[in-house]
Design a protein around this ligand. Structure first.
Ligand SMILES: Nc1ncnc2c1ncn2[C@@H]1O[C@H](COP(=O)(O)OP(=O)(O)OP(=O)(O)O)[C@@H](O)[C@H]1O
Length: 257
């Protein structure tokens, strides 16, 4: 799929960024009672370094399933997933957890913070699974990322002492603290009011531009879609259209892998 981000007017790419996640001919079938639900149907998609990409589509079109498979939270019924060129099919749950911890950060619409931990402890949490990172390095990273998301003053607050937008900022810091290459965000603004949602998207965009972190977020909100640079429209478990924003204008083409 030709979705390289570039500034040329004709959309042709001069440099080809590295593929971070590739999913190839991926299908996902859920068994529901005696019925099969085809959540994804032979999807092939590349996520390249530096993307700020929206997976858009109506409820039930397969957005969350796609993100979960990209992030190795779930496994495909058919097809293959490559993370930084490595085929992760057949890896054990521990191996997948290790790949996830070092490459991929997640943001969820319900924030998913641990309620008994403070903001700084929530951000520190994924680093505790990385024994090679010293206590001093952990402290330094936690401070840096809380500062990056504008929450240095709230380090000791627990999630229930923070607003929805502040909770999502903690989740963003937690997703980045492991130096993730890509952040997968499932409807990151769905539980936030319009202005707070906008400030979260502003923050994600700033991190994308300044730190070159790749973001893939799912949404069914047109305002949120419009903030992306690349857009994949999902319908009934399949990508149908690919959108590229060039000089501020969207250009859509039928999706082809
Ligand atoms: N665990 C499951 N068991 C059975 N069916 C499931 C399961 N998870 C998802 N599905 C079905 O798979 C399809 C895709 O679901 P998915 O959650 O990926 O869609 P979505 O686009 O993210 O929807 P939403 O915007 O409502 O979150 C739907 O038909 C859904 O009902």
């Amino acid at each position: 799929m030709q979705t390289s981000r570039d500034d040329s007017t004709d959309g042709t790419s001069t440099t080809d960024p590295k593929t971070i996640i590739r999913i190839e001919n991926v299908s996902k079938i859920y068994r529901l009672g005696d019925q099969d639900v085809n959540a994804l149907r032979k999807v092939t998609l590349d996520v390249k370094e530096g993307y700020f990409m929206a997976i858009a589509g109506t409820s039930g079109s397969g957005k969350s399933t796609l993100l979960n498979i990209m992030g190795c939270i779930d496994t495909p019924s058919e097809g293959r997933v490559f993370i930084e060129g490595k085929d992760v099919s057949g890896q054990t749950p521990d191996e997948l957890a290790n790949i996830r911890a070092r490459t991929i950060g997640f943001i969820f619409q319900t924030f998913n913070l641990l309620p008994v931990l403070s903001a700084e402890e929530n951000v520190e949490y994924p680093l505790l699974q990385m024994p090679e990172i010293s206590k001093e390095e952990r402290r330094a990273r936690v401070n840096d990322y809380l500062k990056l998301v504008g929450l240095a003053k709230y380090a000791h607050h627990r999630p229930n002492q923070l607003s929805g937008g502040q909770r999502q900022r903690v989740a963003i810091a937690r997703a980045l603290v492991t130096h993730s290459k890509v952040v997968l965000a499932d409807e990151p603004t769905a539980n936030l009011d319009k202005n707070t949602g906008k400030s979260i998207l502003d923050l994600m965009q700033r991190i994308n531009e300044d730190c070159k972190t790749t973001f893939v977020f799912s949404t069914h909100d047109k305002q949120v879609m419009s903030r992306a640079v690349q857009q994949v429209r999902m319908e009934d478990g399949q990508p149908t259209k690919l959108g590229l924003k060039l000089n501020g204008t969207w250009r859509f083409v039928p999706y082809r892998a």
